[in-house]
Ligand binder design. Structure first.
Ligand code: B16
Ligand code: MG
Length: 217
């Protein structure tokens, strides 16, 4: 069978959302802009500049494009400081055994992430050479919910979209996968997303038997 599984990175392979939250929170506090976890939730799966635009909704003055670029760079510096601390122990439960099984069965695996920091994250996790393809924020023009990232991943793998299954934790990512003509498993925060083809709370709860049937369907 020619099937592939495309994994989102942040929130699926590793929980970097807390690092994103801390970095945005630090920036917002310094700028005197109100920011909380609920606003942070809206940043999941969304690109850095689009995230900044959401953060700046609460600003009490307009920011020039130059200032916005500087703010995004500052947030990224704070974020990179935090992700330097990642180790293979931060890989989320269920991920490693799942990757092993998929490989054993000859199912191609890829990363489809909006993040421009994915090379650093994958390296810190010891996963830099595990995937057949990595497509991330550095390679795409349109970020999720646009399907570009997943379509590029399928293309790189040489697997038709209809045979690809995406694993996503963000609503924007679920929409991106559906727009790409792929089936999508919602995990974590997307486990309650009714648009997802299938949902599980955590990859640790995913039985190989069920997944194999799903992939074959
Ligand atoms: P960066 P994913 C996304 O990664 C994150 O979920 C999102 O919160 C972040 O804004 C985006 O990457 C861009 O990240 O600033 O590192 O380029 O979930 O698509 O793997
Ligand atoms: Mg994500």
């Amino acid at each position: 069978t020619k099937a592939a599984v495309i994994f989102d990175l942040d929130g699926v392979i590793v929980s970097t959302d807390d690092c994103h939250y801390k970095a945005w929170k630090r920036l917002a506090d310094e700028e005197g802009i109100y920011f909380d976890k609920e606003i942070n939730h809206r940043l999941r799966g969304v690109s850095r500049m689009e995230s900044l635009a959401i953060v700046l909704e609460r600003a009490n003055r307009p920011y020039t494009m130059e200032e916005q670029q500087a703010l995004a760079d500052r947030k990224n510096a704070y974020y990179r400081e935090l992700i330097q601390e990642l180790t293979p122990e931060h890989i989320l439960p269920g991920v490693r055994p799942l990757l092993e099984r998929l490989k054993q069965h000859g199912i191609k695996i890829a990363i489809g992430s909006s993040s421009k920091n994915s090379p650093l994250i994958l390296e810190r996790l010891g996963l830099a050479d595990e995937f057949d393809a990595v497509v991330d924020g550095n390679a795409i023009k349109n970020s999720k919910p646009h399907p570009e990232v997943f379509l590029r991943a399928a293309e790189k793998l040489g697997v038709p979209a209809a045979q690809c299954v995406v694993v996503e934790d963000a609503d924007a990512g679920v929409e991106a996968a559906l727009a790409a003509g792929m089936r999508v498993i919602g995990v974590g925060t997307a486990a309650s997303n009714e648009r997802a083809t299938w949902t599980v709370a955590s990859l640790a709860d995913l039985s190989w038997e069920d997944l194999a049937k799903f992939l074959a369907a």
